[in-house]
Write a protein that binds this ligand. Structure first.
Ligand code: ADP
Ligand code: GLC
Length: 558
């Protein structure tokens, strides 16, 4: 599956959408205030040209009565609309998909009324497409020249969460969620506005609108401009940064055309960057009522130049409304005792035996030399430079010896895919490079490997180290972002800790961390086994973090 891209495409305008944008760029910029107001009102009240197929099926919002809350000790109910570009199991390219599934589900358990709004991509598996119900459709003004597009809403209810898919053939008919910016900028302008227009159309006015990453970052901007005169204006917005590297940057005329947003948002305090570009994430950060990111350490790191991806000063300016809340994992999906994808299920009481069986079967499936006495290191990742793969490439020959095996699962940049293929050839029977996206294989590697490598250059949170720990697989990580917050370094004197860590982005330090892991594994197996059980015992569920989000929702809507 394609990874999130953030590069400008050199493609010439070819499709009708691109041509329209190119034509518009030639036109004068300024509009008068009356014209702007008319456009805003027409967008706020979308013209309905079709009739809803059925009545709204979302659960009723329970009244926020302090007396009831006190009596039952249940916090007051809040309604939340999640808006983002991917969500497991419909579409997932990385951790954002996991979070968009697991967090709403946990919030629903904690007395929140949650709706998730997603694009209806063609690649969503048929089994889900067929279960969606048509909720209605309307025509929506989008572009600066008044060009309008159809918005259809397809609904699917599952596990207490309502999923509303925004359907439009023109924008979401390609296979994958992300292609290149020339296509992605228009589609996510459309998506952000259509998500709000759909809420308006369904007359579902949430207390909180919780947006995720640059693809949904224009939502707070639209809400405070073109939707100020709608009922939605009472909602508070939160923008969560899952990865600051992706920001949705393009030239101002293109983004102005496609978004139809008023000129005044293209200023240095909001969308404008440099002399001529607009940055969708930056605008969202300025307009959101609150900003979160997915770990405390990353929340601090992104305010410094090294991790700030040029937005560090903007984030420092908004630091009063910025907080880190660490991710969790969905313990129904990621549960070694029930996981149907594993060769053998296990729990903390029999992990030491059953993990060996999983390892054996994994080696067999992947064509590796079989044996308990091999130290198996796994790596499950998008293959991009964020993930510290340059370090791995530098030291792999020094890691490989007769007692070590290395399994990689991932897709991404050609340079990394090819280098891992090269290592598979160079170390036949001991290195296996799975250049693919495969959920089942991922589960089996989490269960069958002894250690999991996450040497990232930066890591907002990281879920693979959490899943690994939950499966009794020891993480070897760089101390950055969420990796630092979730993996306590092993201390040989106190025999405590959850994994092996290193601080600076340096190949020698990574090698040292791997060697420390090997020494514990081969020479102090009892301590290693204790760490395996300690890691499985760690509470990594969403419960605590979802509570923090819920408290934030309450604070913002008191
Ligand atoms: P990121 O979101 O930066 O990609 P995370 O660690 O937060 O990193 O999440 C990655 C998620 O994607 C995990 O659920 C991981 O198991 C999954 N994943 C990554 N690559 C693959 C792959 N090739 N096949 C299957 N699952 C993958
Ligand atoms: C991003 C980050 C990753 C994080 C995930 C979910 O893709 O790279 O660190 O775990 O989002 O929040």
């Amino acid at each position: 599956m394609a990874k999130r891209k953030n590069v400008k495409s050199g493609k010439k305008p070819g499709t009708p959408l691109e041509k329209a944008a190119a034509e518009y760029r030639e036109q004068p910029v300024q509009k008068d205030a009356t014209e702007e107001m008319t456009a805003e009102i027409s967008a706020a009240e979308p013209k309905v040209t079709e009739v809803a197929a059925d009545e709204p099926s979302t659960a009723k919002i329970v009244e926020d009565s302090p007396a009831v809350a006190k009596e039952t000790c249940v916090p007051p109910r809040r309604s939340v609309a999640f808006i983002g570009s991917e969500c497991y199991p419909f579409v997932k390219t990385g951790g954002l998909g996991d979070v968009m599934y697991a967090l709403p589900k946990e919030l629903a358990k904690q007395n929140c009324d949650v709706k998730v709004i997603l694009p209806r991509y063609k690649c969503i598996p048929w089994e889900y497409q067929t279960k969606m119900i048509f909720r209605g459709g309307f025509q929506m003004d989008l572009c600066a020249d008044g060009r309008s597009f159809h918005v259809a809403i397809m609904e699917y209810v599952w596990d207490g969460v309502v999923y509303d898919f925004i359907d439009n053939e023109e924008f979401f008919s390609y296979g994958n969620p992300y292609t290149n910016l020339i296509d992605d900028i228009p589609r996510f302008c459309y998506f952000a506005k259509a998500a709000l227009a759909a809420l308006n159309y369904m007359d579902w006015i949430p207390d909180i609108i919780h947006c995720h990453d640059w693809q949904a970052a224009l939502v707070p901007v639209y809400l405070r401009t073109q939707f100020v005169q709608t009922k939605l204006t009472t909602a508070k917005t939160i923008l969560t940064i899952h990865n600051l590297r992706f920001q949705g940057i393009y030239d101002i005329p293109t983004i102005r055309y496609w978004s139809g947003l008023p000129d005044y948002v293209f200023n240095m305090g909001a969308l404008k960057v440099g002399d001529r570009d607009a940055n969708m994430l930056k605008g969202g950060l300025a307009y959101a009522n609150f900003i979160t990111t997915v770990s405390q350490t990353y929340a601090e790191e992104i305010q410094c130049a090294y991790y700030g991806e040029t937005l560090d000063s903007h984030l420092r300016y908004h630091s009063g409304k910025l907080r880190g809340i660490v991710n969790g994992i969905d313990c129904d999906i990621w549960n070694p005792s029930t996981d149907a994808r594993l060769y053998k299920n296990y729990d903390i009481s029999n992990v030491l035996d059953k993990k060996k069986e999983n390892k054996h079967r994994l080696q067999e499936e992947l064509g590796l030399v079989q044996g308990d006495n091999k130290f198996v290191i796994g790596l499950i990742s998008r293959l991009t430079n964020q993930k510290g793969l340059d370090l791995v490439n530098m030291i792999l020959p020094q890691v490989m010896d007769e007692h070590t095996q290395f399994i990689v699962l991932g897709t991404g940049d050609r340079v990394y895919e090819d280098s891992f293929r090269y290592y598979e050839n160079a170390y036949t029977g001991n290195v296996c490079s799975n250049i693919m996206y495969d959920e089942t294989r991922a589960h089996r590697i989490y269960a069958g490997a002894d250690a999991l490598l996450v040497p990232s250059q930066f890591e907002p949170c990281g879920l693979t180290q959490l899943i690994a720990m939950h499966y009794g697989t020891i993480p070897i990580v760089r101390e950055t972002g969420g990796l630092k917050d979730t993996v306590e370094p092993y201390n040989m004197y106190s025999n405590r800790g959850n994994g092996f860590t290193f601080d600076r982005y340096d190949a020698g330090l990574l090698l040292d961390a791997i060697n420390r892991a090997k020494i514990l594994y081969f020479e102090h197996r009892r301590c290693w086994d204790e760490m395996v059980q300690r890691d499985m015992d760690k509470n990594l569920s969403w419960e605590n973090s979802a509570k923090q989000y819920r408290d934030l929702y309450l604070d913002l809507t008191r």
